[in-house]
Design a protein around this ligand. Structure first.
Ligand code: NCD
Length: 318
């Protein structure tokens, strides 16, 4: 393999979550992403590192950026990439998750990238296959490559993660992005806050090592990074906020609420954004303050690194 991935300290077969990874392992994946950031800006973007390898994207939930990002990452490394849209697959005919996994496994893929609405489903699937599995989001549980791309974006824009104060704001309750970010940022030595109405916070969230705030003014006070989250209405059973208008008034990020944060505070959002619900439209488009496009760009580099590292680990165990 013509890549530095062979020397990377990530001794795992899969990437199922950030919880339990060490700061060294996280840093190793971020370092491995760096060369791909430049590579992705060249006219000729395609490498041959994963030539002959097969990546299957298996998405049981809708996705635009994550699926496209993994597809591009695989193609830019020269892999064969198959996208399985569940709406046209045997799942619709009643096949179970495990049967689908076993069937795909029999076709000898090297990596399965899986998104599923149930927390824990991706881990279950990983126990039934011989290939490497990447969790592309399981229910409210984890979305590890999102946290890694967020970390790479913070490193790029701020030069470090350690010592920064990061406020994660909004629908924490339903967010796998929040959970993965909390684990990663804590492991890397950031100070993590969550800011949300009590109805959108999981019970005992402080046990994950975060400071809890219910008001944006206090939660954003002096912070370096503001991560906004989408109201995940598709996961809500019942009413969690009185109205989106009222939600924006109290928890939507606008220029006035931003004044509580440091003057050079960076705005992040995993997408898709609901403009005027969790974030003011103008602020989202202000590239001096918002890193939202950087997040999408660096996501491809992060996923390329993860694919390289996992396929390399797989080769070592064969
Ligand atoms: C997030 C997800 O699916 O968890 N989106 C993403 O992967 N970029 C967040 C969301 O859907 O709000």
């Amino acid at each position: 393999m013509n890549t530095s991935a062979s020397n990377i300290n990530y001794p795992h077969r899969h990437l199922l979550g950030i919880e339990g990874l060490t700061a060294q392992e996280i840093s190793a994946l971020l370092d491995a992403s760096k060369p791909h950031v430049e590579q992705n800006r060249r006219a000729d973007k395609t490498l041959t590192t994963l030539h002959g390898r097969t990546l299957i994207n298996l998405f049981f939930e809708n996705s635009t950026r994550t699926r496209t990002s993994f597809e591009l990452a695989g193609k830019r490394l020269g892999a064969d990439v198959i996208n399985m849209a569940v709406s046209t697959s045997s799942i619709k005919k009643g096949e179970t998750l495990i049967d689908t996994a076993v069937t795909l496994n029999a076709m000898h893929p090297d990596v399965l990238v899986v998104r599923h609405p149930d927390s824990g489903a991706v881990k279950l699937l990983s126990e039934k296959v011989n290939c490497a599995v990447i969790n592309a989001g399981d229910g409210r549980h984890e979305h590890p490559t999102q946290a890694l791309l967020d970390a790479l974006t913070i490193r790029h824009r701020k030069g470090r993660i350690e010592g920064l104060t990061v406020a994660i704001c909004g629908d924490i309750l339903h967010s796998r992005v929040a959970r993965s970010n909390i684990h990663l940022l804590n492991a890397m030595g950031a100070h993590v806050r969550v800011v949300a109405p009590p109805t959108l916070l999981p019970a005992k969230i402080e046990n994950l090592g975060v400071e809890v705030f219910h008001h944006m003014a206090s939660g954003l006070h002096d912070c370096d990074i503001i991560m906004m989250l989408r109201l995940q209405v598709e996961r809500m059973q019942g009413s969690f906020v009185p109205s989106t208008r009222e939600y924006f008034r109290f928890y939507g990020l606008d220029a006035k609420k931003m004044t509580a944060a440091k003057p050079d505070a960076l705005i992040m959002h995993p997408g898709p954004m609901n403009r005027g619900v969790e974030i003011d439209s103008e602020l989202a488009d202000d590239i001096t303050r918002s890193a939202i496009c950087d997040q999408v760009e660096l996501g491809v580099a992060v996923r390329m690194a993860c694919l390289e590292v996992l396929t390399d680990n797989l080769a070592k165990t064969l």
